[in-house]
Design a protein around this ligand. Structure first.
Ligand code: HEM
Length: 126
């Protein structure tokens, strides 16, 4: 199994992940119906996001949380959606990569997803 160590590896990982997400019964609708994602824009953002997190390359300049509040307003992003997101992300990593960065990609995603889940829940109570 390969180590996760280059921009090309991240591209492969992110592409394989969204291939699963799109057809997924639990979270696919967020990307196909709630937001009609422009993949030519979204995918490069996600490559840069993970490159920044894993390799410290400061190529991502956005705010990962703020993009999700408008989505959450249209359809509640609930705990079970985040659990499914994490399940697919972990599965895609484990199918393709091994090593320290692969583990870090899992740990970081868990932290962000848990925080995001909490923030979305709080936003719905306001
Ligand atoms: C149920 C879980 C999630 C759903 C349904 C979801 C959905 C979305 C959608 C619809 C977009 C907007 C795409 C567009 O611009 O057209 C987006 C953007 C994004 N998401 Fe998520 N997301 C989820 C969880 C996460 C998690 C856990 C992370 C990080 C580990 C993440 C990171 C991002 C980033 C970095 C962007 C791009 C923000 C920007 O434009 O700068 N998402 N997401």
């Amino acid at each position: 199994m390969k180590k996760l160590e280059s921009r090309e590896d991240i591209e492969l990982l992110v592409n394989a992940f969204y291939a699963k997400v799109i057809d997924d019964e639990t979270i696919g609708l967020f990307f196909k119906d709630i937001v009609k994602v422009d993949w030519d824009l979204h995918l490069p953002k996600m490559y840069s996001f993970w490159e920044t997190i894993l390799f410290g390359q400061m190529s991502y300049k956005g705010n990962p949380m703020s993009m999700h509040f408008p989505v959450n307003k249209i359809k509640a992003m609930e705990k079970h959606h985040f659990e499914r997101w994490l399940q697919l992300w972990k599965l895609t990593i484990e199918e393709n990569f091994t090593g320290e960065n692969a583990s870090m990609a899992i740990t970081k995603s868990e932290n962000i997803a848990n925080l995001m889940s909490y923030k979305m829940e709080m936003a719905r109570k306001q």
